[in-house]
Every structure is written in structure tokens, then in C-alpha cells.
Design a protein around this ligand. Structure first.
Ligand code: ACO
Length: 391
């Protein structure tokens, strides 16, 4: 009997089966031969949350959740966040290796060329109510891009796929900034291709009357936050894109499903919920009572805590905490930092959280940083979506 097999004895029938093990996995479809009665369809594996099911083999991102390791194409996240730009990171994820200087220049130029959106997109955005959630606007607008680029349907052509990839990465900051301006009743600011990827996004978002004074510390902090969000294996939104894309629909339609998945409060929407939770707590004095309400199940979950994969700590959360210090040095300490620190302190010393391996995740502190950069709460998840686009 080959050693890389799994022997199963079905105690209902006494029959024995041998299933091949490849890459540390058995094929769920191999279970179908295990049948107890004619016509029962064979044995199924039940795993609604994909807790122990792989749907692909990926060489892009590596995570070891037990020890808190995250690598993009073999590079530790700490190194990428410290040394790379967002577009270099995107190139690394897409192409498998960091770009040479010439490759980077060509890639940046490619992205720059595609930052504009058809002016009809602005008309389309006008249809949204003034108080539309910007994630709803973003998800609608990304899906709508499929109607502007019907050529994107030709998914069998690798060059065509590359073009749509560039379009998505280039246009999402433009659409995100437009969603912001729509919610403020401000005129749209079109891309300025003399600026960097991040600089251009910030300018399109905040420029008033042709003026915006960028702060390099805040821009780099935003860039690092986007890098930290750029990819994360088979998470909820990536799985949504893969599942929808498996129908061979165009990439804009598939990615709009990913944006929808990211919108949810248990996934990308958690950064917004953390701030709403902190606002509700209101004062550091109320933290112990709030923690008790979480433990009793009455207060909902401690948002920004816990992760499907990280069961020791989220390595991104460590970087985010350090970034928060740098940002607060520039703009002053956020008024609610004290509440967040106290929530973290109590939770990390409380058996309810430690026994369930609940630690701060990437979203616990990002909201406070985004707020310090003058982004409104309902825009936080849009920032996540810009970061996640290469992934
Ligand atoms: N606060 C309080 N209790 C929690 C939390 C939390 N944040 N997270 C999990 N638990 C508890 C559950 O109630 C459950 O307790 P029980 O065993 O007594 O029933 C136990 O911990 C396990 O919970 P699961 O939901 O099975 O854990 P899972 O790993 O499936 O969930 C998730 C991961 C969804 C992220 C969860 O921890 C959560 O809801 N966190 C808050 C939302 C959040 O911050 N999401 C962002 C994640 S990062 C990202 O998506 C970018």
C-alpha cells in the first residue's frame, strides 16, 4: 500500500477504501465512492466555512496563522511594508517577483495611462443618493465597468486579462475618490498623472479649489496600510471573486462580487464597525462593562478582534499599531485611542478572549488612523478595497 494514501473503513458497511493524498489533501470527490446504500450519492464532506477545505493551490501568499506569519511571494510582510511602494507590491503579487527599475517604470506608466474613467461614470454616480454608503457606490461602479469595457469578456486571452487587471488597479482609486466627493456634494477631481499612485488618490479625494497640501508621513502611512491589505490568501472576498469568476464572467463583474463580500462587517467592514463600537463605548470608564456585555453575548462581538486564520497574533496588526504612533505624532493622538488601548489591554488578559485565541486583527487600529487622516468612517472599507485590488 503506498504510504501517501488514506485508508478509510466505513463502519456502516465494513468496506475499506484507499484514497490518494496529494499536497496534503484528499479530493472531496474521492469520497463519493463511499456509499452505504444504492442511490445515496456517496459520502460528502461538510465544511460550510471552508475551515478545512482548499479550493486551489496558491503560490502568492503564505500564511501560518498559528505563529503569525504572512508572506507575499516569499517576502515577509514586515519587509514589504517597510521597503516597497504599493505599486511594487501589486507587481510582486501579480508577477511573482519584485520589478526591476525598468519594469517598475513601465508598470507605473501602464497604471497611470488607465486612471481616467469614462465621463459617463460620473453621470452614473449621480444616480446614487447623497447618503449612499460609499462601499455600495463602489461595488455598483466596479460592476458597471463591465459595460464600459465589453472587451473584458475575452478572458481566454492572457493579454486581455492583463489589460483588465491594469484597468482595475488604475481606476479603483478614481472611483473611490469620486464616491467620497459624491457623498460630500463636491465636484469630482480628475486624476493627475504627475502624482504618485497614492498622491493622486489623496489629491482626487481632498483637493479643494485646486489646492491640497499633501503630508508625506500620512501618505506613506496610507500606502503601508494599503500594502498590508493587498492580499490574504483564500479569504472571503477572494473566494467570492474566484467563485463568480469560475462562471467565466468578465473580471469587473467578478471583482464587484469581491467588493460586496468585503463590505460585510465580519470581513472588510470590520474597520468601520470598530470605530462605531468605540464611539458607542464613549468613555474609557465604560470599557469593563462593554467587555462583560461581549462575554455574555449581549454586546455583540469585540470588533477588530479574532481571525479565521491567525490564532496567535495578526502580524499586520503589529505594523498598524506602530504606524498609529507615527501618524499620531503628526496629527495629535486620536481622542479615542485610550478606549482602544484599554479594550486591548483587558481583552488580552481575559480568559474569555485568550482561551478562544482572540487577538487584535488588522482592523482594530486602522479606523483610528484613517480618521486621523480625515477619512469618514463609512469610507474605511473603501480604502481596504483599494488595497485588496491586486490580491
Ligand atoms: N468577540 C467576541 N467573541 C468572539 C469574537 C469577537 N471578536 N470572535 C470570535 N468570538 C468567539 C465566538 O463567539 C466563538 O465563541 P464560542 O466558541 O463560545 O461559541 C469563538 O470565539 C469562535 O468564533 P468563530 O466565529 O467560530 O471564529 P471564527 O474564526 O470563525 O471567526 C471572525 C473569525 C469572523 C473574524 C471572528 O473572530 C469575528 O467575528 N471577529 C470580529 C469581526 C472582525 O474583526 N472581523 C475582521 C476580520 S479581519 C478581516 O476580515 C480583514
Amino acid at each position: 500500500m503506498p504510504s501517501d494514501t488514506l485508508t478509510i473503513v466505513d463502519n456502516r458497511t465494513g468496506r475499506e477504501y484507499s484514497l490518494p493524498i496529494v499536497d496534503g489533501a484528499i479530493r472531496a470527490t474521492d469520497l463519493a465512492q463511499i456509499s452505504a446504500a444504492e442511490g445515496d450519492g456517496g459520502l460528502l464532506s461538510y465544511d460550510p466555512a471552508f475551515l478545512n477545505t482548499s479550493a486551489c493551490r496558491s503560490a502568492i501568499t503564505y500564511i501560518d496563522g498559528d505563529v503569525g506569519i504572512l508572506r507575499y511571494r516569499g517576502y515577509p510582510i514586515e519587509q514589504v511594508a517597510e521597503q516597497a511602494t504599493f505599486l511594487e507590491t501589486a507587481y510582486l503579487l501579480l508577477e511573482g517577483e519584485l520589478p526591476t527599475a525598468a519594469q517598475l517604470e513601465a508598470w507605473e506608466e501602464d497604471v497611470r495611462k488607465h486612471t481616467y474613467v469614462h465621463t459617463n461614470v460620473t453621470k452614473f454616480l449621480e444616480g446614487f443618493r447623497y447618503d449612499a454608503h460609499p462601499m455600495g457606490t463602489l461595488l455598483g461602479a466596479v460592476g458597471a465597468l463591465s459595460t464600459f469595457y465589453p472587451d473584458a469578456k475575452d478572458i481566454a486571452d492572457p493579454e486581455n486579462r492583463k489589460l483588465q487587471r491594469v484597468r482595475l488597479i488604475a481606476k479603483i482609486p478614481t472611483i473611490a475618490a469620486f464616491a467620497f466627493r459624491h457623498s460630500r456634494g463636491l465636484p469630482y477631481v480628475f486624476p493627475r498623472n504627475d502624482l504618485s499612485y497614492i498622491g493622486n488618490f489623496v489629491n482626487m479625494t481632498f483637493e479643494i479649489g485646486g489646492r491640497h497640501e499633501p503630508n508625506p508621513v500620512l501618505q506613506r502611512a496610507l500606502e503601508i496600510l494599503l500594502i498590508l491589505h493587498a492580499d490574504h490568501e483564500q479569504n472571503c472576498s477572494t473566494s467570492a471573486v474566484r467563485s463568480v469568476g469560475s462562471s467565466h464572467v468578465d473580471p469587473f463583474s467578478a471583482v464587484s462580487a469581491g467588493v460586496a463580500a468585503l463590505f460585510g462587517p465580519l470581513h472588510g467592514g470590520a474597520n468601520e464597525q470598530v470605530l462605531r463600537m468605540i464611539n458607542e463605548i464613549g468613555n474609557v470608564k465604560n470599557v469593563p462593562k462593554f467587555i462583560e456585555s461581549v462575554k455574555s453575548g449581549e454586546g455583540g462581538r469585540l470588533m477588530g478582534f479574532g481571525h479565521r486564520v491567525y490564532k496567535s497574533y495578526d502580524p499586520r496588526a503589529k505594523i498598524v499599531k506602530k504606524l498609529a504612533d507615527e501618524v499620531f505624532k503628526v496629527v495629535g493622538v486620536d481622542k479615542d485611542l485610550e478606549i482602544a488601548l484599554e479594550l486591548e489591554r483587558i481583552a488580552l488578559s481575559d480568559d474569555y478572549f485568550t482561551s478562544r485565541k482572540l487577538y487584535p486583527n488588522v482592523d482594530f487600529y486602522t479606523g483610528l488612523i484613517y480618521r486621523s487622516m480625515a477619512f469618514p468612517t463609512d469610507f474605511f472599507t473603501v480604502l481596504f478595497a483599494i488595497g485588496r485590488m491586486p490580491g
